[in-house]
Ligand binder design. Structure first.
Ligand SMILES: C[S@@+](CC[C@H](N)C(=O)[O-])C[C@H]1O[C@@H](n2cnc3c(N)ncnc32)[C@H](O)[C@@H]1O
Length: 165
């Protein structure tokens, strides 16, 4: 992963950590880069293996429900404006605004799958994580203020996952 002291391919099906050795996982906007059945669920199974019983996972990703609602509400105009406030350099270069919805789905070929809460909770459940709660970015930052704010609740799904029920 970029900027990490570990060079790990999360799709490689084996994490280089012993069983029950990880207490906290924070992954922002990564799960949507893995193919659901062949990569993400096996990765979640690996996470389940390496996590301690009291481990907590904090995940965020684009929210499929918010993206679809944005399209039917205003073709994505408000979401695009939100993106431009956070990333002033972002531009559609004159392409009609619904292209922003395509950008959220595809990210120029980098995204494999978008999730709403139900689908992400189901994928986590396939790996044995059954305690999944929807949260907001402020909940993650309250627990881990070392992470920079993204201010992206308008388009993102945030969840807190406990290994034990
Ligand atoms: C949109 S960026 C998010 C980066 C950062 N987490 C953040 O919140 O700004 C997606 C990240 O997923 C990582 N990624 C995608 N597929 C990966 C894989 N198979 N193994 C490891 N990292 C992967 C990329 O390297 C990139 O850092």
């Amino acid at each position: 992963m970029a900027g990490s002291e570990f060079d790990i391919d999360l799709a490689a099906r084996r994490l280089p950590f012993p069983d029950g050795s990880v207490t906290v996982v924070v992954m922002q906007h990564v799960v949507e880069h893995l193919e659901l059945r062949e990569q993400l669920i096996p990765f979640f199974r690996e996470l389940h293996r390496v996590c301690t019983d009291d481990a907590v996972l904090w995940l965020s990703c684009p929210d499929l429900a918010k993206v679809c609602t944005a399209y039917t509400t205003d073709r994505g105009q408000a979401l695009k404006e939100d993106r431009c406030r956070r990333w002033p350099e972002y531009s559609l270069d004159g392409v009609p605004v619904q292209q922003f919805i395509n950008d959220l789905f595809q990210a120029r070929g980098r995204h494999r799958n978008l999730f709403d809460f139900e689908l992400l909770a189901w994928a986590l459940g396939q790996a044995g994580f059954h305690s999944v709660a929807r949260i907001e970015e402020c909940d993650l930052l309250a627990a881990h203020p070392e992470f920079p704010p993204r201010h992206d609740d308008e388009q993102s799904l945030y969840v807190r996952v406990c290994k034990s029920r």
